[in-house]
Design a protein around this ligand. Structure first.
Ligand SMILES: [Zn+2]
Length: 599
Protein backbone atom coordinates (compact mmCIF):
# COMPACT_ATOMS: atom_id res chain seq x y z
CA UNK A 1 0.00 0.00 0.00
CA UNK A 2 1.00 3.60 -0.44
CA UNK A 3 1.95 5.10 2.92
CA UNK A 4 -0.52 7.54 4.41
CA UNK A 5 2.26 10.10 5.05
CA UNK A 6 2.86 10.24 1.32
CA UNK A 7 -0.84 10.69 0.58
CA UNK A 8 -1.04 13.48 3.15
CA UNK A 9 1.87 15.38 1.65
CA UNK A 10 0.64 14.77 -1.89
CA UNK A 11 -2.72 16.30 -0.96
CA UNK A 12 -0.84 19.18 0.61
CA UNK A 13 0.96 19.78 -2.68
CA UNK A 14 -1.69 19.47 -5.40
CA UNK A 15 -4.46 21.99 -5.93
CA UNK A 16 -7.86 20.40 -6.35
CA UNK A 17 -9.03 23.38 -8.43
CA UNK A 18 -6.42 22.60 -11.12
CA UNK A 19 -7.18 18.90 -10.95
CA UNK A 20 -10.94 19.27 -11.46
CA UNK A 21 -10.67 22.14 -13.92
CA UNK A 22 -8.91 19.78 -16.32
CA UNK A 23 -12.16 17.79 -16.60
CA UNK A 24 -14.91 20.19 -15.65
CA UNK A 25 -14.64 23.91 -16.47
CA UNK A 26 -14.80 25.79 -13.18
CA UNK A 27 -15.97 29.34 -12.62
CA UNK A 28 -14.85 31.52 -9.75
CA UNK A 29 -17.68 32.10 -7.30
CA UNK A 30 -16.60 34.05 -4.23
CA UNK A 31 -13.95 32.14 -2.35
CA UNK A 32 -14.90 28.96 -4.19
CA UNK A 33 -15.21 27.69 -7.72
CA UNK A 34 -18.35 26.19 -9.16
CA UNK A 35 -19.75 24.28 -12.11
CA UNK A 36 -22.71 22.16 -13.09
CA UNK A 37 -22.24 18.88 -11.27
CA UNK A 38 -20.59 16.14 -13.33
CA UNK A 39 -22.23 13.51 -11.14
CA UNK A 40 -25.86 14.44 -11.61
CA UNK A 41 -27.98 16.28 -14.15
CA UNK A 42 -28.54 19.92 -13.37
CA UNK A 43 -28.97 23.28 -15.04
CA UNK A 44 -27.81 25.59 -12.25
CA UNK A 45 -24.42 24.89 -10.70
CA UNK A 46 -24.46 23.38 -7.23
CA UNK A 47 -21.07 21.71 -7.53
CA UNK A 48 -18.49 23.72 -5.61
CA UNK A 49 -14.75 23.30 -5.26
CA UNK A 50 -13.03 24.92 -2.34
CA UNK A 51 -9.31 25.73 -2.62
CA UNK A 52 -9.00 26.23 1.14
CA UNK A 53 -10.67 22.95 2.01
CA UNK A 54 -9.13 21.14 -0.98
CA UNK A 55 -12.50 19.48 -1.30
CA UNK A 56 -15.38 19.35 -3.74
CA UNK A 57 -18.97 19.14 -2.66
CA UNK A 58 -22.26 19.09 -4.53
CA UNK A 59 -25.24 20.45 -2.66
CA UNK A 60 -27.53 18.93 -5.25
CA UNK A 61 -26.57 15.28 -5.06
CA UNK A 62 -24.22 15.17 -2.09
CA UNK A 63 -21.18 13.98 -4.06
CA UNK A 64 -18.01 15.06 -2.28
CA UNK A 65 -14.37 14.24 -1.85
CA UNK A 66 -10.77 15.30 -2.25
CA UNK A 67 -8.64 15.34 -5.40
CA UNK A 68 -8.04 11.58 -5.23
CA UNK A 69 -11.73 10.90 -4.77
CA UNK A 70 -12.57 13.10 -7.74
CA UNK A 71 -10.25 11.19 -10.07
CA UNK A 72 -11.74 7.92 -8.86
CA UNK A 73 -15.34 9.05 -9.31
CA UNK A 74 -14.82 10.93 -12.51
CA UNK A 75 -12.23 8.89 -14.38
CA UNK A 76 -13.01 5.56 -12.79
CA UNK A 77 -9.45 5.16 -11.57
CA UNK A 78 -8.73 2.77 -8.73
CA UNK A 79 -7.27 4.28 -5.57
CA UNK A 80 -3.58 3.61 -6.25
CA UNK A 81 -3.96 4.69 -9.87
CA UNK A 82 -5.59 7.95 -8.84
CA UNK A 83 -2.75 8.63 -6.43
CA UNK A 84 -0.13 7.84 -9.06
CA UNK A 85 -1.74 10.02 -11.66
CA UNK A 86 -2.01 12.87 -9.16
CA UNK A 87 1.60 12.41 -8.01
CA UNK A 88 2.77 12.59 -11.61
CA UNK A 89 1.23 16.03 -12.10
CA UNK A 90 3.36 17.43 -9.28
CA UNK A 91 6.40 15.25 -9.96
CA UNK A 92 6.36 13.34 -6.68
CA UNK A 93 7.69 9.77 -6.96
CA UNK A 94 5.28 7.30 -5.35
CA UNK A 95 7.05 5.15 -2.75
CA UNK A 96 7.40 1.45 -3.57
CA UNK A 97 4.25 -0.43 -2.74
CA UNK A 98 3.64 -3.99 -1.79
CA UNK A 99 1.04 -6.26 -3.28
CA UNK A 100 -2.38 -5.32 -2.04
CA UNK A 101 -3.40 -8.51 -0.33
CA UNK A 102 -0.06 -9.34 1.22
CA UNK A 103 0.49 -6.73 3.85
CA UNK A 104 -1.80 -5.07 6.33
CA UNK A 105 -2.10 -1.36 5.78
CA UNK A 106 0.30 -0.21 8.42
CA UNK A 107 -0.14 3.53 8.42
CA UNK A 108 -3.62 3.97 9.79
CA UNK A 109 -6.64 2.34 11.27
CA UNK A 110 -4.62 -0.20 13.21
CA UNK A 111 -7.76 -1.66 14.65
CA UNK A 112 -10.41 -3.26 12.57
CA UNK A 113 -8.95 -2.76 9.11
CA UNK A 114 -5.65 -4.39 10.04
CA UNK A 115 -7.43 -7.30 11.67
CA UNK A 116 -9.45 -7.88 8.52
CA UNK A 117 -6.23 -7.94 6.50
CA UNK A 118 -4.72 -10.45 8.92
CA UNK A 119 -7.76 -12.67 8.58
CA UNK A 120 -7.51 -12.44 4.81
CA UNK A 121 -3.83 -13.42 4.94
CA UNK A 122 -4.78 -16.45 7.00
CA UNK A 123 -7.62 -17.54 4.71
CA UNK A 124 -5.44 -17.15 1.64
CA UNK A 125 -2.65 -19.20 3.17
CA UNK A 126 -5.18 -21.91 4.07
CA UNK A 127 -6.38 -22.04 0.50
CA UNK A 128 -2.88 -22.80 -0.72
CA UNK A 129 -2.34 -25.43 1.99
CA UNK A 130 -5.12 -27.85 1.26
CA UNK A 131 -6.72 -29.48 -1.73
CA UNK A 132 -10.39 -29.24 -0.80
CA UNK A 133 -10.95 -25.62 -1.66
CA UNK A 134 -8.62 -25.60 -4.66
CA UNK A 135 -10.40 -28.63 -6.08
CA UNK A 136 -13.71 -26.92 -5.50
CA UNK A 137 -12.62 -23.76 -7.33
CA UNK A 138 -11.08 -25.75 -10.16
CA UNK A 139 -14.29 -27.72 -10.44
CA UNK A 140 -16.02 -24.41 -10.96
CA UNK A 141 -13.65 -23.56 -13.76
CA UNK A 142 -11.74 -20.86 -11.91
CA UNK A 143 -8.06 -20.30 -12.59
CA UNK A 144 -5.43 -19.49 -10.00
CA UNK A 145 -5.11 -16.09 -11.56
CA UNK A 146 -8.75 -15.18 -10.97
CA UNK A 147 -8.63 -16.63 -7.45
CA UNK A 148 -5.65 -14.36 -6.74
CA UNK A 149 -7.28 -11.33 -8.35
CA UNK A 150 -10.33 -11.68 -6.12
CA UNK A 151 -8.24 -12.66 -3.09
CA UNK A 152 -10.16 -15.91 -2.59
CA UNK A 153 -9.32 -17.91 0.51
CA UNK A 154 -10.46 -20.82 2.58
CA UNK A 155 -11.75 -21.06 6.15
CA UNK A 156 -11.04 -24.64 7.23
CA UNK A 157 -13.40 -26.69 9.33
CA UNK A 158 -12.96 -26.20 13.07
CA UNK A 159 -14.41 -23.94 15.72
CA UNK A 160 -11.52 -21.75 16.85
CA UNK A 161 -9.02 -21.66 14.02
CA UNK A 162 -8.68 -17.91 14.27
CA UNK A 163 -7.21 -18.25 17.76
CA UNK A 164 -3.94 -18.95 15.98
CA UNK A 165 -4.23 -15.68 14.06
CA UNK A 166 -5.41 -13.37 16.81
CA UNK A 167 -3.70 -13.55 20.21
CA UNK A 168 -6.59 -11.39 21.47
CA UNK A 169 -9.20 -13.89 20.29
CA UNK A 170 -11.29 -13.45 23.43
CA UNK A 171 -11.49 -9.65 23.43
CA UNK A 172 -14.39 -7.38 22.57
CA UNK A 173 -12.35 -5.77 19.78
CA UNK A 174 -12.26 -9.00 17.84
CA UNK A 175 -16.02 -9.26 18.07
CA UNK A 176 -16.22 -6.01 16.07
CA UNK A 177 -14.64 -7.70 13.07
CA UNK A 178 -17.69 -9.94 12.72
CA UNK A 179 -15.35 -12.91 12.34
CA UNK A 180 -16.39 -14.54 15.59
CA UNK A 181 -19.68 -15.34 17.28
CA UNK A 182 -20.43 -15.61 20.99
CA UNK A 183 -22.93 -18.16 22.23
CA UNK A 184 -25.61 -16.78 24.50
CA UNK A 185 -25.78 -18.38 27.94
CA UNK A 186 -28.99 -20.46 27.89
CA UNK A 187 -31.82 -19.87 30.32
CA UNK A 188 -31.61 -23.21 32.02
CA UNK A 189 -27.85 -22.87 32.37
CA UNK A 190 -27.29 -19.19 33.10
CA UNK A 191 -24.07 -20.05 34.91
CA UNK A 192 -22.58 -21.45 31.74
CA UNK A 193 -20.04 -19.01 30.31
CA UNK A 194 -20.62 -17.76 26.82
CA UNK A 195 -18.25 -19.31 24.31
CA UNK A 196 -16.68 -17.79 21.26
CA UNK A 197 -16.22 -19.50 17.92
CA UNK A 198 -15.33 -18.68 14.30
CA UNK A 199 -18.17 -17.46 12.10
CA UNK A 200 -16.74 -18.94 8.90
CA UNK A 201 -15.98 -22.66 8.87
CA UNK A 202 -15.37 -24.94 5.90
CA UNK A 203 -16.06 -22.19 3.42
CA UNK A 204 -14.47 -20.63 0.39
CA UNK A 205 -13.86 -17.04 1.42
CA UNK A 206 -14.54 -14.01 -0.76
CA UNK A 207 -13.08 -10.81 0.69
CA UNK A 208 -15.31 -7.77 0.25
CA UNK A 209 -13.25 -4.67 -0.53
CA UNK A 210 -14.09 -1.01 -0.29
CA UNK A 211 -13.19 1.38 -3.09
CA UNK A 212 -9.67 1.68 -1.66
CA UNK A 213 -9.03 -2.05 -1.69
CA UNK A 214 -9.34 -2.43 2.08
CA UNK A 215 -11.03 -5.60 3.30
CA UNK A 216 -14.24 -4.61 5.04
CA UNK A 217 -15.99 -7.96 5.22
CA UNK A 218 -16.18 -11.48 3.90
CA UNK A 219 -18.59 -13.69 2.09
CA UNK A 220 -18.25 -17.43 2.56
CA UNK A 221 -19.60 -20.18 0.36
CA UNK A 222 -19.94 -23.54 2.03
CA UNK A 223 -18.02 -26.41 0.43
CA UNK A 224 -20.30 -29.33 -0.30
CA UNK A 225 -23.62 -29.52 1.51
CA UNK A 226 -24.42 -27.31 4.46
CA UNK A 227 -26.51 -24.38 5.49
CA UNK A 228 -26.53 -21.57 4.81
CA UNK A 229 -24.97 -21.94 1.41
CA UNK A 230 -23.79 -18.34 1.45
CA UNK A 231 -22.81 -16.50 4.60
CA UNK A 232 -21.79 -12.85 4.85
CA UNK A 233 -20.06 -10.82 7.50
CA UNK A 234 -22.57 -9.04 9.72
CA UNK A 235 -22.69 -5.27 9.64
CA UNK A 236 -19.67 -3.85 11.43
CA UNK A 237 -18.24 -0.36 11.79
CA UNK A 238 -16.45 -1.03 8.49
CA UNK A 239 -19.12 -2.88 6.60
CA UNK A 240 -22.56 -1.64 5.73
CA UNK A 241 -24.26 -4.04 3.35
CA UNK A 242 -26.64 -1.56 1.83
CA UNK A 243 -23.78 0.59 0.59
CA UNK A 244 -21.29 -1.93 -0.73
CA UNK A 245 -21.09 -3.83 -3.98
CA UNK A 246 -19.01 -6.96 -4.26
CA UNK A 247 -16.33 -6.86 -6.97
CA UNK A 248 -16.52 -3.11 -7.58
CA UNK A 249 -12.87 -2.61 -6.72
CA UNK A 250 -11.79 -5.05 -9.43
CA UNK A 251 -14.48 -4.05 -11.94
CA UNK A 252 -14.06 -0.28 -11.85
CA UNK A 253 -11.93 0.08 -14.94
CA UNK A 254 -13.94 -2.40 -17.05
CA UNK A 255 -17.14 -0.60 -16.05
CA UNK A 256 -15.72 2.72 -17.14
CA UNK A 257 -14.46 1.26 -20.43
CA UNK A 258 -17.76 -0.42 -21.28
CA UNK A 259 -19.84 2.42 -19.80
CA UNK A 260 -21.93 -0.43 -18.48
CA UNK A 261 -22.25 -2.21 -15.17
CA UNK A 262 -23.89 -5.60 -14.70
CA UNK A 263 -25.46 -6.26 -11.31
CA UNK A 264 -25.73 -9.91 -10.33
CA UNK A 265 -26.88 -11.67 -7.20
CA UNK A 266 -23.85 -13.56 -5.92
CA UNK A 267 -20.09 -13.33 -5.57
CA UNK A 268 -19.66 -16.60 -7.45
CA UNK A 269 -21.47 -14.97 -10.40
CA UNK A 270 -19.07 -12.02 -10.38
CA UNK A 271 -16.00 -14.22 -10.24
CA UNK A 272 -17.28 -16.67 -12.88
CA UNK A 273 -18.11 -13.82 -15.26
CA UNK A 274 -14.64 -12.33 -14.76
CA UNK A 275 -13.15 -15.74 -15.48
CA UNK A 276 -14.90 -15.67 -18.83
CA UNK A 277 -13.80 -12.16 -19.65
CA UNK A 278 -16.93 -10.30 -18.54
CA UNK A 279 -15.22 -8.02 -16.05
CA UNK A 280 -17.79 -5.30 -15.47
CA UNK A 281 -20.03 -7.21 -13.04
CA UNK A 282 -20.71 -6.49 -9.37
CA UNK A 283 -23.03 -8.10 -6.82
CA UNK A 284 -25.20 -6.87 -3.99
CA UNK A 285 -24.34 -8.51 -0.70
CA UNK A 286 -27.23 -10.55 0.55
CA UNK A 287 -29.53 -7.54 0.57
CA UNK A 288 -31.95 -6.24 -1.97
CA UNK A 289 -30.84 -3.29 -4.05
CA UNK A 290 -30.83 -0.05 -2.07
CA UNK A 291 -31.07 3.58 -3.24
CA UNK A 292 -27.41 3.92 -2.30
CA UNK A 293 -26.52 1.08 -4.66
CA UNK A 294 -28.49 2.54 -7.53
CA UNK A 295 -27.05 6.04 -7.06
CA UNK A 296 -23.55 4.54 -6.98
CA UNK A 297 -24.17 2.44 -10.08
CA UNK A 298 -25.60 5.34 -12.05
CA UNK A 299 -22.55 7.42 -11.25
CA UNK A 300 -20.27 4.68 -12.54
CA UNK A 301 -21.85 4.12 -15.94
CA UNK A 302 -24.71 5.27 -18.14
CA UNK A 303 -25.88 1.73 -18.64
CA UNK A 304 -26.93 -0.45 -15.70
CA UNK A 305 -28.14 -3.99 -16.30
CA UNK A 306 -29.65 -5.98 -13.47
CA UNK A 307 -29.10 -9.62 -14.21
CA UNK A 308 -31.20 -11.88 -12.02
CA UNK A 309 -32.23 -15.50 -11.98
CA UNK A 310 -35.39 -16.27 -13.92
CA UNK A 311 -37.24 -17.69 -10.90
CA UNK A 312 -39.84 -15.96 -8.73
CA UNK A 313 -37.19 -14.78 -6.26
CA UNK A 314 -35.18 -13.27 -9.10
CA UNK A 315 -38.19 -11.41 -10.48
CA UNK A 316 -39.01 -10.10 -7.04
CA UNK A 317 -35.45 -8.86 -6.58
CA UNK A 318 -35.61 -7.19 -9.99
CA UNK A 319 -38.88 -5.47 -9.11
CA UNK A 320 -37.34 -4.15 -5.93
CA UNK A 321 -34.41 -2.78 -7.95
CA UNK A 322 -36.85 -1.12 -10.33
CA UNK A 323 -38.75 0.58 -7.51
CA UNK A 324 -35.53 1.90 -6.05
CA UNK A 325 -34.26 3.11 -9.42
CA UNK A 326 -37.36 5.09 -10.46
CA UNK A 327 -36.80 8.25 -8.40
CA UNK A 328 -33.08 8.50 -9.21
CA UNK A 329 -33.25 7.93 -12.94
CA UNK A 330 -32.01 10.69 -15.17
CA UNK A 331 -32.38 11.06 -18.93
CA UNK A 332 -29.35 9.65 -20.63
CA UNK A 333 -29.11 6.72 -18.25
CA UNK A 334 -30.38 3.32 -19.25
CA UNK A 335 -31.49 0.79 -16.68
CA UNK A 336 -32.45 -2.64 -17.95
CA UNK A 337 -33.22 -6.12 -16.71
CA UNK A 338 -31.97 -9.45 -17.90
CA UNK A 339 -33.68 -12.64 -16.76
CA UNK A 340 -31.78 -15.83 -17.37
CA UNK A 341 -33.64 -19.05 -18.12
CA UNK A 342 -35.03 -20.67 -15.00
CA UNK A 343 -32.50 -22.82 -13.08
CA UNK A 344 -29.67 -20.75 -14.57
CA UNK A 345 -27.62 -18.14 -12.80
CA UNK A 346 -24.91 -16.04 -14.44
CA UNK A 347 -22.27 -18.45 -13.10
CA UNK A 348 -23.81 -21.58 -14.62
CA UNK A 349 -24.90 -19.74 -17.75
CA UNK A 350 -21.50 -18.39 -18.66
CA UNK A 351 -19.77 -21.66 -17.76
CA UNK A 352 -22.04 -23.71 -20.00
CA UNK A 353 -22.69 -21.32 -22.85
CA UNK A 354 -19.68 -19.03 -22.82
CA UNK A 355 -19.04 -15.32 -23.05
CA UNK A 356 -20.56 -14.70 -26.48
CA UNK A 357 -23.88 -16.23 -25.47
CA UNK A 358 -23.91 -14.19 -22.29
CA UNK A 359 -23.23 -10.94 -24.15
CA UNK A 360 -25.94 -11.82 -26.62
CA UNK A 361 -28.41 -12.35 -23.78
CA UNK A 362 -27.23 -9.08 -22.25
CA UNK A 363 -28.03 -7.21 -25.45
CA UNK A 364 -31.59 -8.52 -25.15
CA UNK A 365 -32.08 -7.11 -21.65
CA UNK A 366 -35.47 -5.43 -21.17
CA UNK A 367 -35.41 -1.67 -20.70
CA UNK A 368 -36.90 -0.58 -17.41
CA UNK A 369 -40.09 0.77 -18.99
CA UNK A 370 -40.75 -2.51 -20.74
CA UNK A 371 -40.21 -4.51 -17.57
CA UNK A 372 -42.37 -2.10 -15.60
CA UNK A 373 -45.38 -2.21 -17.89
CA UNK A 374 -44.90 -5.90 -18.71
CA UNK A 375 -45.19 -6.90 -15.07
CA UNK A 376 -48.22 -4.68 -14.45
CA UNK A 377 -50.08 -5.75 -17.56
CA UNK A 378 -49.54 -9.42 -16.70
CA UNK A 379 -51.42 -8.95 -13.45
CA UNK A 380 -54.70 -7.65 -14.89
CA UNK A 381 -57.08 -8.28 -17.76
CA UNK A 382 -56.33 -5.42 -20.12
CA UNK A 383 -59.31 -6.39 -22.27
CA UNK A 384 -61.73 -4.91 -19.76
CA UNK A 385 -62.20 -1.38 -18.55
CA UNK A 386 -61.95 -2.54 -14.94
CA UNK A 387 -58.67 -4.28 -15.71
CA UNK A 388 -57.24 -1.18 -17.36
CA UNK A 389 -58.40 0.95 -14.43
CA UNK A 390 -56.58 -1.38 -12.03
CA UNK A 391 -53.51 -1.27 -14.22
CA UNK A 392 -53.62 2.50 -14.16
CA UNK A 393 -54.03 2.57 -10.38
CA UNK A 394 -50.95 0.40 -9.96
CA UNK A 395 -48.84 2.20 -12.53
CA UNK A 396 -49.66 5.68 -11.23
CA UNK A 397 -47.57 5.73 -8.04
CA UNK A 398 -44.63 4.20 -9.90
CA UNK A 399 -44.63 6.41 -12.97
CA UNK A 400 -45.12 9.56 -10.94
CA UNK A 401 -41.84 8.90 -9.11
CA UNK A 402 -39.88 9.48 -12.29
CA UNK A 403 -38.35 12.94 -12.42
CA UNK A 404 -36.28 12.56 -15.59
CA UNK A 405 -38.25 14.82 -17.96
CA UNK A 406 -37.93 12.93 -21.24
CA UNK A 407 -38.38 9.49 -19.75
CA UNK A 408 -41.28 10.74 -17.70
CA UNK A 409 -43.02 12.12 -20.77
CA UNK A 410 -42.50 8.91 -22.73
CA UNK A 411 -43.73 6.69 -19.95
CA UNK A 412 -46.85 8.81 -19.53
CA UNK A 413 -47.45 8.55 -23.21
CA UNK A 414 -47.09 4.77 -23.15
CA UNK A 415 -49.30 4.61 -20.10
CA UNK A 416 -52.02 6.46 -21.99
CA UNK A 417 -51.73 4.08 -24.90
CA UNK A 418 -51.98 1.00 -22.74
CA UNK A 419 -54.87 2.38 -20.71
CA UNK A 420 -56.53 3.60 -23.91
CA UNK A 421 -56.85 7.14 -22.63
CA UNK A 422 -55.90 10.49 -24.09
CA UNK A 423 -52.53 11.84 -22.87
CA UNK A 424 -54.38 14.83 -21.41
CA UNK A 425 -56.55 12.47 -19.38
CA UNK A 426 -53.43 10.77 -18.03
CA UNK A 427 -51.94 14.14 -17.11
CA UNK A 428 -55.11 14.93 -15.18
CA UNK A 429 -54.83 11.65 -13.29
CA UNK A 430 -51.15 11.90 -12.44
CA UNK A 431 -49.77 14.42 -9.96
CA UNK A 432 -47.67 17.16 -11.58
CA UNK A 433 -43.92 16.85 -11.46
CA UNK A 434 -42.38 18.14 -8.26
CA UNK A 435 -40.81 21.56 -8.63
CA UNK A 436 -37.43 20.54 -7.31
CA UNK A 437 -35.82 17.47 -8.83
CA UNK A 438 -35.47 14.65 -6.36
CA UNK A 439 -31.95 14.52 -5.10
CA UNK A 440 -30.41 11.21 -6.08
CA UNK A 441 -28.05 11.06 -3.20
CA UNK A 442 -29.84 12.55 -0.25
CA UNK A 443 -31.61 9.30 0.64
CA UNK A 444 -28.17 7.78 0.98
CA UNK A 445 -27.57 9.59 4.21
CA UNK A 446 -28.43 6.93 6.69
CA UNK A 447 -31.73 8.39 7.61
CA UNK A 448 -33.34 7.08 10.71
CA UNK A 449 -30.31 5.05 11.65
CA UNK A 450 -28.98 7.79 13.83
CA UNK A 451 -30.94 10.84 14.85
CA UNK A 452 -29.00 13.93 13.90
CA UNK A 453 -27.41 15.05 17.09
CA UNK A 454 -25.65 18.27 17.82
CA UNK A 455 -22.44 16.21 18.08
CA UNK A 456 -22.98 15.34 14.42
CA UNK A 457 -23.52 19.00 13.58
CA UNK A 458 -20.43 19.97 15.48
CA UNK A 459 -18.46 17.35 13.59
CA UNK A 460 -19.74 18.78 10.30
CA UNK A 461 -18.73 22.31 11.32
CA UNK A 462 -15.26 21.23 12.40
CA UNK A 463 -14.72 19.36 9.14
CA UNK A 464 -15.85 22.44 7.23
CA UNK A 465 -13.69 24.82 9.21
CA UNK A 466 -10.61 22.99 10.57
CA UNK A 467 -9.13 26.34 11.53
CA UNK A 468 -11.79 26.53 14.25
CA UNK A 469 -11.21 23.01 15.58
CA UNK A 470 -9.25 24.50 18.48
CA UNK A 471 -12.53 25.87 19.85
CA UNK A 472 -13.55 22.33 20.74
CA UNK A 473 -11.79 21.03 23.85
CA UNK A 474 -11.12 17.33 23.36
CA UNK A 475 -11.86 16.72 27.04
CA UNK A 476 -15.41 17.94 26.54
CA UNK A 477 -16.12 15.17 24.06
CA UNK A 478 -17.35 12.43 26.23
CA UNK A 479 -19.80 9.90 24.91
CA UNK A 480 -19.82 6.38 23.65
CA UNK A 481 -21.76 6.89 20.40
CA UNK A 482 -19.74 6.71 17.16
CA UNK A 483 -20.21 10.42 16.46
CA UNK A 484 -18.34 11.30 19.64
CA UNK A 485 -15.47 8.99 18.77
CA UNK A 486 -15.30 10.48 15.28
CA UNK A 487 -15.49 14.03 16.62
CA UNK A 488 -12.70 13.32 19.06
CA UNK A 489 -10.51 11.80 16.35
CA UNK A 490 -11.17 14.65 13.91
CA UNK A 491 -10.55 17.40 16.46
CA UNK A 492 -7.30 15.71 17.51
CA UNK A 493 -6.25 15.27 13.89
CA UNK A 494 -6.67 18.95 13.10
CA UNK A 495 -5.18 19.90 16.46
CA UNK A 496 -1.87 18.24 15.57
CA UNK A 497 -1.23 20.54 12.62
CA UNK A 498 -3.22 23.68 11.94
CA UNK A 499 -2.34 23.53 8.22
CA UNK A 500 -4.39 20.42 7.55
CA UNK A 501 -7.41 20.68 5.31
CA UNK A 502 -10.58 18.68 4.79
CA UNK A 503 -9.17 16.93 1.72
CA UNK A 504 -6.33 15.53 3.77
CA UNK A 505 -8.63 14.58 6.63
CA UNK A 506 -10.88 12.65 4.30
CA UNK A 507 -7.91 10.66 2.97
CA UNK A 508 -6.66 10.07 6.49
CA UNK A 509 -9.94 8.68 7.83
CA UNK A 510 -10.88 6.70 4.74
CA UNK A 511 -11.24 3.06 5.69
CA UNK A 512 -11.29 3.76 9.41
CA UNK A 513 -14.28 3.15 11.62
CA UNK A 514 -14.91 6.91 11.68
CA UNK A 515 -15.32 7.10 7.94
CA UNK A 516 -19.07 6.32 7.73
CA UNK A 517 -19.81 8.92 10.41
CA UNK A 518 -17.71 11.53 8.62
CA UNK A 519 -19.51 10.86 5.34
CA UNK A 520 -22.79 11.28 7.13
CA UNK A 521 -21.66 14.52 8.78
CA UNK A 522 -20.71 15.93 5.37
CA UNK A 523 -24.30 15.31 4.30
CA UNK A 524 -25.62 17.52 7.09
CA UNK A 525 -28.11 20.06 5.70
CA UNK A 526 -26.53 22.53 8.13
CA UNK A 527 -23.52 22.81 5.82
CA UNK A 528 -25.68 24.26 3.12
CA UNK A 529 -26.80 27.04 5.46
CA UNK A 530 -23.20 27.44 6.50
CA UNK A 531 -22.30 28.49 2.97
CA UNK A 532 -24.21 31.72 3.48
CA UNK A 533 -21.89 34.69 4.20
CA UNK A 534 -23.71 35.61 7.41
CA UNK A 535 -23.32 32.20 8.96
CA UNK A 536 -21.49 32.62 12.24
CA UNK A 537 -19.28 29.54 12.61
CA UNK A 538 -17.70 30.64 15.83
CA UNK A 539 -20.88 31.10 17.77
CA UNK A 540 -22.39 27.93 16.24
CA UNK A 541 -19.36 25.95 17.37
CA UNK A 542 -19.27 27.58 20.78
CA UNK A 543 -22.95 26.86 21.23
CA UNK A 544 -22.47 23.20 20.36
CA UNK A 545 -19.48 22.94 22.68
CA UNK A 546 -21.61 24.36 25.49
CA UNK A 547 -24.16 21.67 24.85
CA UNK A 548 -21.45 19.03 24.84
CA UNK A 549 -20.28 20.23 28.20
CA UNK A 550 -23.77 20.41 29.55
CA UNK A 551 -24.37 16.87 28.42
CA UNK A 552 -21.18 15.72 30.04
CA UNK A 553 -22.20 17.42 33.30
CA UNK A 554 -25.61 15.76 33.19
CA UNK A 555 -24.01 12.39 32.64
CA UNK A 556 -21.60 12.95 35.50
CA UNK A 557 -24.50 14.16 37.62
CA UNK A 558 -26.53 11.03 37.16
CA UNK A 559 -23.46 8.90 37.74
CA UNK A 560 -22.88 10.75 41.05
CA UNK A 561 -26.53 10.43 41.94
CA UNK A 562 -26.34 6.70 41.39
CA UNK A 563 -23.19 6.40 43.54
CA UNK A 564 -24.60 8.50 46.34
CA UNK A 565 -27.96 6.73 46.29
CA UNK A 566 -26.38 3.30 46.39
CA UNK A 567 -23.99 4.34 49.16
CA UNK A 568 -20.95 3.58 47.02
CA UNK A 569 -19.80 7.19 46.80
CA UNK A 570 -16.45 8.15 48.28
CA UNK A 571 -16.40 11.32 50.42
CA UNK A 572 -14.90 13.18 47.42
CA UNK A 573 -17.69 12.03 45.15
CA UNK A 574 -20.24 13.03 47.75
CA UNK A 575 -18.69 16.48 47.95
CA UNK A 576 -18.66 16.72 44.16
CA UNK A 577 -22.29 15.75 44.16
CA UNK A 578 -23.24 18.47 46.68
CA UNK A 579 -21.30 21.02 44.72
CA UNK A 580 -22.85 19.86 41.49
CA UNK A 581 -26.36 20.30 42.77
CA UNK A 582 -25.72 23.62 44.38
CA UNK A 583 -24.42 24.81 41.00
CA UNK A 584 -27.35 23.37 39.16
CA UNK A 585 -29.76 25.15 41.48
CA UNK A 586 -28.09 28.55 41.03
CA UNK A 587 -27.78 28.09 37.31
CA UNK A 588 -31.45 27.35 36.90
CA UNK A 589 -32.51 29.85 39.56
CA UNK A 590 -34.56 27.07 41.14
CA UNK A 591 -34.32 25.50 44.52
CA UNK A 592 -32.81 22.02 44.52
CA UNK A 593 -35.63 19.58 43.84
CA UNK A 594 -37.08 17.92 46.92
CA UNK A 595 -36.34 14.31 46.08
CA UNK A 596 -32.75 15.05 45.16
CA UNK A 597 -31.92 17.40 48.00
CA UNK A 598 -32.32 14.70 50.61
CA UNK A 599 -29.04 13.06 49.65
ZN1 LIG B 1 -24.21 16.67 -7.98
Amino acid sequence: MIPQEFIQSLLGRVDIVDVIDRYVKLKKAGANFSACCPFHNEKTPSFTVSPSKQFYHCFGCGAHGNAIGFLMEYSGLAYPEAIRSLAETVGMPVPETQARFDAPRASQAPGLAARMMEALGYYRAQLKKGRIAIDYLKGRGLSGEIAARYGLGFAPDGWQNLEAVFPDYATAELKDTGLVIDTEPTEDQPEKRSRRYDRFRNRVMFPILDSRGNVIGFGGRVIGEGEPKYLNSPETPLFEKGRELYGLYQARRAIRDANQVIVVEGYMDVVALAQHGVENAVATLGTSTTPVHVAKLLRLADNVVFCFDGDAAGRKAAWRALEVALPVLTDGKLVSFLFLPERDDPDSFVREKGKAAFLQALAQAKPLSQFLFGELVAKVDMGTEEGRARFLAQAKPLVSQIEAPALRAMLRHRLAELARLEPAEIEALLPPSKAAPASPRRPMARQGKRATSFAMKLLALVLWRPDLAHLVPVAAIDGSAPEYAALKAVVSYFGEDSGRNLGQASAYFEGSEHHPVIVEALGEPLLKQAESPDFDYESEIRGAVERLEEERRTRRGSELLRLVASGEATPEERAEFEHFHAQLATAKGNPVPEERSKF
